[in-house]
Design a binder for this molecule. Sequence first.
Ligand code: 6PG
Length: 480
Amino acid sequence: ARAQIGVTGLSVMGRNLARNLARHGYRVALHNRSVGRTRSLVAEHGDEGDFVPSESMREFVDSLSRPRAVIVMVKAGAATDEVIAELTGLLEPGDIVIDCGNTHFTDTIRREKDLAAKGLHFVGTGVSGGEEGALNGPSIMPGGSVEAYRTLGPIFETIAAQVDGTPCAVHVGPDGAGHFVKMVHNGIEYADMQLIAESYDLLRSGLGASPAQIAEIFREWNGGELESFLIEITANVLAHTDAATGKPFIDVVADRAEQKGTGRWTVQSALDLGIPITGIAEATFARSLSGHTDQRAAAQRVYHGRAADAEPTGVVQDPKQFVEDVRNALYASKIVAYAQGFDHIQAGSEEYGWDIDRGAMATIWRGGCIIRARFLDRIREAYAENDALESLLVAPYFADAVAAGADSWRRVITTAVRAGIPTPTFSSSLAYLDALRRPRLPAALIQGLRDDFGAHTYQRVDRPGSFHTLWAGDGSEVEA
Ligand code: 6PG
């Protein structure tokens, strides 16, 4: 019998996806550029299911039943293009190419168009959950055609994580929709992690708690509304001791955060769409800043011991209240980050005509993915109640949560400012909320300035039309 699905590219993610498929009873064709990986997968895990190994791309394609479904799991960019080109030469109309890498959605739009012209389906698919998820149940975000999903849906929904009997896989929308949503997922992942990092810094530097004590605090928080995979592993990382030195692991790791680029893509896309994802942007920039070691060293030298230097210790009067304040600030900022991310999804959906169901995205992020959290059920409910919600921040549950945490949030940021502890994501998230709820914004002044130096015109609050003031003349107003 022929294989029902194939995987080419058998480094850890591809390998684990193939094993997940086989463990669920699918007959899985295997291919890798160097055959060593294919052989070792069969040697080590051949007993987990039905694998059909191939040594060439032609043999691989021939081993699949039609319509052929081929998962490509190679490095995003040129490597993916190469494999797709090789495959398209061998596939036949109706066959399906699935890119499960972290691909930029505009590449997916381009490839889908190219392959559709050849009669092939191209399904750019976001897969989240890291190595563990790929093996035991990821969150799966496929784009591409409805027709392709008819073949792939049952497979994806079987191998995905399941929450309350609902699979964490759904057809997101046409062409690049799946990779777009995965990109925003990663942006939110950046914001989530930065918020956690800021909380840690406040507890460590502001309160003076040890990493082990902070691990306990996170463990406790994980029992409440903050319950999530990232909070859970934060406790593990903070409780970990470095074997070589006996020091807390967190103190022997260089304080420069890397990124492969999905956070940057999210911010670039949001700028293009005009969506203020300030939390995600601050989180992305915070990683960049951490890597500017020369500037950081110079600033440390120049500002050390200056009068303007902040007092990092002794700023917390009531430790118990402070811990609770940080928790509330974290939750409120997290709500802002998700609200912004879901706005971004909505804007992308409108711009590219994808018709993405935001409630469905919250549903498939409840399990399997890196940002999985109890909280996502609340988001699902908010969109179930009103799928045209202007912002998650105005949904009754979230509005109540944010309002209840607002005092804590302001206190934490005030403390952070006095102590000189940077909280870019906490602070910008509060600024975002304050700006949204403000009856009048100073944008009116910006309009005045633009009209003064560039005759860019402005609108009035009391009558329709566009106007210009003769700033260099008699100061009178003309209709533009
Ligand atoms: C996931 C993750 C994953 C991502 C890594 C690293 O959903 O499983 O988002 O796809 O590639 O977490 O991302 P950075 O290197 O950009 O931090």
